[in-house]
Design a protein around this ligand. Structure first.
Ligand code: PHE
Length: 459
């Protein structure tokens, strides 16, 4: 069978828009709403944001094009796609290990991602109840600590979040994934815009804009550059097969470069909007922009607790966070489900429930590392710190690098041109090939070297 006539075994997205929504759904997640604001705050604002944008467009975009392209050409789960294309292009079936590593990392990432997503569900309830009204910083921090210590509660939220993820994925590409992103993504954007206008009217928008968009390069460090690069990569969900699996369901006539540009723009827009919700409030209430990972869970409730209608808007914010996490979680589970249904006769629903249970059990390790097993520490810290470091900081960059090298160096030019060139400008193809061959590998190599030599931290 020729490469271009292969068909997906899971069905196709109904349109190009559905694909853009699904990949944006996977890309927009805790990375945009929780992590980006706090690292932008920690690493000095404007200069960091500027460098981050360079990384997203110069490195993230060509990598995304590569992943979608391989996915659509292989039309299988990431493991089978890498084996198939490896055999076709290089007579080497070992490329499947790249797919396998990606799928496994996604699996492990989901186990802790779901736990953090569970925190946002808890905060929806707490803010809606008005638990933070007029509370003091110390009380809000203590509240967060109490939550991470309360393992039965963490298990409850983790189970609810995994349950929702499994329900969506079990229903398949069109009835599950596509229907979910069609509802959740517009909802997320609308809620976010409401929050931005709320933050703009009650907070210090001008000061926030100055902080975020007036680069002061004196504030910028080499470490900040590396964090920006690493984050560009995580936020676009690259290097674990989610984008490749979604690419396998992309109709043949959709332009890969145009859809990838759309996804990268949506992801960037959401990250910037998130900072425009967080920083006007941080400045209005005299909070510390460099508060670190607790920024969203420990400082925002303070701000919401002192505002008129704060409990409503606070609950809104955490609903947005949980929604964004949900559309990312389905992208983390899909590659493994596609793999199991394509290699065995297990029906999709059973495959999803079974894999969901494995992820759920793995998640207990993360939950217990905040309480019962908090004293078990080695290498990077707790069990959770280690799981996260190995998958996010080491495996994602490695797999991403391998995928990009495969697409731009190993795969023959005719094959990539066939996927990318047809309805697109030759210029787009040339730019992609240059960025994918030289710029992206160099960037990833730097992030990777940094990750293996640095202390715990990117999450
Ligand atoms: N991109 C998601 C976020 O920003 C995280 C993610 C990484 C999702 C890798 C899928 C795969 O939160």
């Amino acid at each position: 069978m020729s490469a271009t006539s292969r068909t997906s075994l899971q069905g196709l997205w109904s349109s190009r828009t559905a694909f853009v929504l699904a990949v944006s759904g996977s890309a927009v997640g805790l990375g945009n709403l929780w992590k980006f604001p706090y690292i932008a705050g920690e690493y000095g604002g404007g200069a960091f944001v500027f460098f981050y944008l360079l990384c997203v467009f110069g490195i993230g975009l060509p990598m995304m094009v590569s992943e979608v392209m391989l996915g659509r050409r292989g039309r299988r789960n990431p493991i089978a796609t890498m084996r198939l294309l490896g055999e076709e292009e290089a007579s080497n079936h070992w490329w499947r290990l790249v797919g396998l590593t990606g799928v496994l990392s996604g699996f492990v990432i989901l186990s802790f991602y779901s736990v953090v997503a569970g925190w946002s569900l808890e905060y929806v309830v707490q803010t809606a109840r008005g638990s933070f009204t007029d509370s003091e910083p110390r009380a809000v921090a203590a509240n967060f600590e109490a939550l991470t210590g309360d393992w039965p509660r963490l298990i409850l939220w983790h189970s609810i979040f995994m349950g929702m993820t499994v329900m969506i994925v079990a229903n398949g590409v069109r009835d599950g994934l596509e229907r979910a992103v069609r509802i959740l993504m517009p909802l997320l954007l609308i809620l976010l815009l409401i929050l931005v206008s709320f933050a703009a009217s009650t907070g210090e928008l001008g000061q926030a804009m100055g902080f975020l968009f007036k680069p002061d390069f004196k504030q910028f460090s080499a470490e900040g550059a590396l964090v920006a690069l690493g984050h560009a990569f995580f936020t676009l969900s690259l290097g674990m097969g989610a984008v490749m699996a979604y690419g396998a369901y992309l109709p043949k006539d959709a332009s890969i470069t145009a859809t990838s540009v759309a996804v990268v723009l949506v992801d960037t827009l959401v990250a910037l909007l998130a900072t425009l919700v967080v920083f006007p409030m941080v400045f209005a209430f005299g909070l510390d922009p460099a508060a670190g990972p607790g920024l969203v869970f420990e400082t925002l409730p303070l701000a919401f607790g002192r505002m008129e209608l704060g409990s409503m808007f606070g609950a809104f914010f955490f609903v947005v966070l949980a929604t964004a996490a949900l559309t990312s979680a389905i992208g983390l589970l899909e590659p493994a489900v596609a793999w199991l249904t394509e290699t065995t006769r297990v029906p999709r629903s059973w495959a999803t429930v079974g894999l969901g249970l494995v992820v759920w059990s793995l998640g207990l390790l993360t939950i217990f590392s905040f309480n019962m097993l908090a004293d078990v520490r080695f290498w990077q810290g707790t069990l959770y710190n280690n799981l996260e470091h190995v998958t996010v900081n080491i495996l994602l960059p490695l797999v991403g690098l391998a995928i990009t090298v495969f697409a731009s160096w190993v795969m023959c030019g005719n094959s990539s041109a066939e996927e990318l060139d047809d309805d697109e400008s030759p210029l787009a193809y040339t730019v992609w090939r240059f960025l994918a061959r030289f710029v992206a590998p160099a960037g990833v190599a730097i992030v990777f070297l940094n990750a293996v030599t640095s202390s715990p931290g990117i999450s």
